[in-house]
Design a protein around this ligand. Structure first.
Ligand SMILES: [Zn+2]
Length: 319
């Protein structure tokens, strides 16, 4: 809580190549892992990054195109071989259950752990202890969703010396104040202001999957601390982006600006871009805080203070 590490397992598109793997993003919160898409080769990247696949709690699929999901059968199989017992939930667009059931049946695979497959719909799809995952329909050539990982707001810092000064007895009343409620002591009503700082806003991380930019996604990602957004093409290939229902780097920057996000990370690059500096520069025309993701790169976001802080780490496993 208050700290999320984002790992890029693969940052390419279409198929894995020498420079980039197929897309997958893993979030670590309180030691538990949540995955968004699972391109081919993801589990090996996790091993290299030092991420334990048994710590995965849920997997969210943006859409059923091979580059985003073909790592899943292998990952599910490995967890079974490693004697996973904890249940796992997979969220995805319609067709996800028949894809996974079909593979498991063909492979005569009977998993020892409980696998729940749930169809993604607009709105809240998953509730964790102190966060939730929201989904919003995106605009790709097949049914597709974007996701937002949203931490709950936390109560602000409690100042016991102030509570004592106001003669609020230690005990349940302190707890009420801490949760932003006013309390009665004798005939006095004591407000939390002055005793408790304002609540700390939970962190928000948005993940686009493959999509055209839309007004609905601008609203959905509004205020995200970190937006991970696809950038398959540069603006000079905008006709290709329209045709294939993808976004250009310039469109990614414009959407990040309109959604007033904290930081934009581009991923899902076409194989034609060996270097991505040009794409990052293009996005910066309308939004300054942009990074381009590389495979195994990780980003740490914290909000221990008022303003969320984002630091970029080198490739995981090499530092
Ligand atoms: Zn894709």
């Amino acid at each position: 809580m208050g700290k999320i590490t984002v790992y890029f397992m693969g940052t390419g598109s279409a198929h894995p190549n020498k420079l980039r793997g197929a897309p997958s993003v893993v979030l670590n919160t309180d030691g538990e892992l949540y995955m968004f898409d699972c391109g081919e080769g993801t589990q090996r990247q996790m091993a290299i990054a030092g991420l334990n696949i048994m710590k995965l709690r849920a997997i969210f699929l943006t859409h059923l195109h091979g580059d985003h999901v073909l790592g899943l059968p292998g990952l599910l199989n490995s967890m079974d071989l490693l004697n996973r017992l904890n249940g796992l939930t997979i969220f995805g667009p319609p067709g996800t259950a028949s894809f996974i059931d079909g593979v498991n049946k063909s492979l005569h695979s009977t998993l020892k752990y409980a696998l729940t497959i749930s169809t993604t719909r607009n709105g809240e799809v998953y509730r964790g202890d102190n966060f939730r995952v929201l989904a919003r329909r995106s605009l790709h050539s097949v049914p597709s969703y974007s996701y937002m990982f949203v931490e709950d707001d936390r109560p602000g810092r409690f100042h016991p010396e102030e509570a004592i000064r106001m003669s609020v007895p230690k005990g349940p009343l302190w707890g009420e104040l801490q949760h932003g409620k006013s309390v009665s002591v004798g005939d006095r009503v004591i407000e939390p202001g002055g005793i408790v700082d304002s609540p700390v806003k939970g962190l928000r991380v948005g993940i686009s999957g493959d999509t055209r930019p839309t007004a609905s996604l601008v609203r959905f990602f509004h205020g995200a601390d970190l937006l991970i957004y696809e950038s398959t093409f540069s603006q000079e290939l905008s006709d290709k982006a329209v045709e294939s229902f993808h976004s250009t780097a310039e469109e990614a920057g414009a959407l990040a600006n309109a959604a007033n996000v904290g930081h934009l990370i581009l991923y899902h690059f076409s194989e034609r871009y060996r270097r991505i500096d040009g794409l990052v520069r293009e996005a910066r025309r309308s939004f300054k805080r942009v990074s381009g993701a590389r495979d195994l790169m990780s980003f740490i976001i914290t909000n221990s203070s008022e303003q969320p802080d984002i630091s970029i780490s080198g490739p995981a496993g090499r530092t």
